[in-house]
Design a protein around this ligand. Structure first.
Ligand code: ADP
Length: 453
């Protein structure tokens, strides 16, 4: 039950209890006043006893009400019968006034309480019981049938009118409570929805901020690489032209061999510089068909220049002709580079880093494994959270960004235990539907060809 409807229930309950107490207090005052005035024809002791019972009943009723319950809630007619008898007796013992006794107004109070607490049918049944009770009062008097007159008729009309009015008002109150409950439920659900949206937006913002930070870091790294490439590139070009000049001259075989060697090494340095410049160019948002083998080659060749990259045993097992993907090339390079650099960081000098890429039924799997210490079980989920790092100079954004990139391609990035002993970060990229169709067709053709031969 909602707070607002509970409040309405409590308010209605408290009215019902107050109506009872008002009846008891007025009854006691009436009896005592008339006894003091020396009224005759009644049974004061019986009236006092009945009112004491009435007070006790009101007390029990109040204690139930305070605990949010209603006395005999499931059998309200028991209460109605008791009240009918109780009021009938009060009228009977009331100083001989019988049908004109002021206690007949108790029927009204009882009907009002009943309407507040119970449904329409119970209230009308109570009204019938009260009519019966009131109609028996004249027979307990010497007047008998002669007592039925205007007073009786007016009281009966009053009882019916009160029954109708109080049930109508109570119905109105109950309907208002129901409407309030519905409105409250709607309000609650919109509130929940709003909270969910705020939480989702906050998460998105945090993730975006983390991605931006990582991109800034990569951009700074690229700028540095471009600067170095530029500084080294110019003197290198001069050396290269000098070597070419020397090669055009007459030389003995020893000098020719050495010059050729120098030229080869210079070409190697130029290739490295070109790769560095390629990597450092501002990343684009361009989506294109990307050859997975080439992306992996590029990431691996950059990783080789990373500190310690040369001192690791880099094992590369790539299936030839891995499929192409529609993706952002720079992001894919960044993804695999991050994984390989992490593996290099995790291994000792002379350690092994293995990169495997192979096709499965409807995906391509690329696993970067190492023989480092691995990721402890309790950190397995945390390593993908932004800003989680165990490195002194780490940012904790690498794996987070990797996962984002993979998710954009509907793929998964999972952490396993490698058979090499360390961690295995495996990327699974689903092969596009059209490629799967081509592959199935190829398989079918292969099968037919096999059957023919
Ligand atoms: P960073 O490299 O800046 O720390 P990452 O998100 O790339 O950020 O990595 C988060 C953490 O995950 C690392 O600090 C490290 O503790 C753990 N981790 C990542 N790769 C490996 C790995 N191959 N072996 C062991 N731990 C790893």
């Amino acid at each position: 039950m909602s707070a607002s409807s509970a409040w309405l229930d409590l308010a209605a309950e408290s009215i019902a209890v107050k109506v009872r107490w008002m009846g008891v207090v007025l009854g006691v005052a009436l009896v005592e006043l008339r006894a003091a005035q020396g009224a005759s024809g009644g049974n004061v002791a019986a009236l006092r006893l009945l009112l004491a019972l009435g007070a006790l009943y009101a007390l029990v009723d109040t204690s139930f009400s305070l605990r949010g319950r209603v006395l005999l809630q499931r059998s309200p007619l028991v209460i109605s019968v008791l009240e009918s008898v109780f009021i009938g007796l009060l009228c009977h013992f009331d100083f001989g006034s019988g049908i004109t006794s002021p206690f007949r107004y108790y029927y009204v109070l009882s009907l009002v309480s009943c309407a507040i607490r119970h449904d329409r049918r119970t209230t009308y049944a109570t009204w019938l019981l009260h009519c019966l009770s009131y109609s028996t009062v004249p027979f307990t008097e010497p007047l008998g049938w002669a007592a039925f007159g205007w007073e009786y008729a007016i009281t009966m009309v009053l009882l019916f009118w009160v029954t109708w009015a109080s049930t109508a008002l109570a119905e109105l109150l109950k309907r208002a409570r129901r409407d309030l409950q519905i409105l409250n439920a709607r309000l609650q659900s919109s509130h929940d929805l709003l909270e969910q949206r705020i939480a989702a937006r906050t998460r998105e913002l945090e993730e975006m901020q983390a991605t931006l930070l990582h991109q800034e870091k990569m951009a700074a790294f690229g700028l540095l690489a471009a600067g170095i490439a530029h500084e080294v590139g110019n003197p290198l070009a001069s050396i290269s032209s000098l070597v070419q000049l020397l090669q055009r001259r007459e030389q003995d075989s020893y000098t020719r061999d050495k010059l050729q060697l120098i030229e080869q090494q210079l070409r190697r340095i130029q290739t490295i510089l070109r790769e560095l410049v390629d990597f450092s160019r501002p990343s684009t948002r361009q989506i294109e068909r990307v050859q997975l083998n080439r992306v992996l080659d590029e990431a691996l060749s950059i990783a080789r220049y990373y500190k310690g990259g040369k001192q690791r045993n880099l094992v590369v097992e790539l299936e030839p002709d891995l499929p192409t993907f529609t993706a952002n090339r720079d992001q894919l390079v960044q993804l695999f580079l991050n994984l390989v650099l992490n593996a290099i960081d995790a291994t000792e000098r002379g350690g092994t880093v293995r990169v495997r890429a192979f096709r499965t039924e409807d995906a391509v799997e690329i696993c970067v494994e190492d023989d480092g210490p691995g990721v402890p079980q309790e950190l397995a989920a945390k390593v993908f959270e932004p800003f989680f790092t165990t490195k002194r100079t780490g940012t904790g954004l690498g794996l987070f960004v990797c996962r984002k990139i993979v998710e954009q391609l509907d793929g998964t990035l999972r952490l396993h235990r490698s058979e090499l002993g360390g961690a295995a970060f495996c990327v699974q990229l689903p092969v596009a539907r059209e490629q799967r169709a081509v592959r199935q067709a190829d398989t079918r053709v292969g099968a037919i060809a096999g059957a023919d031969s």
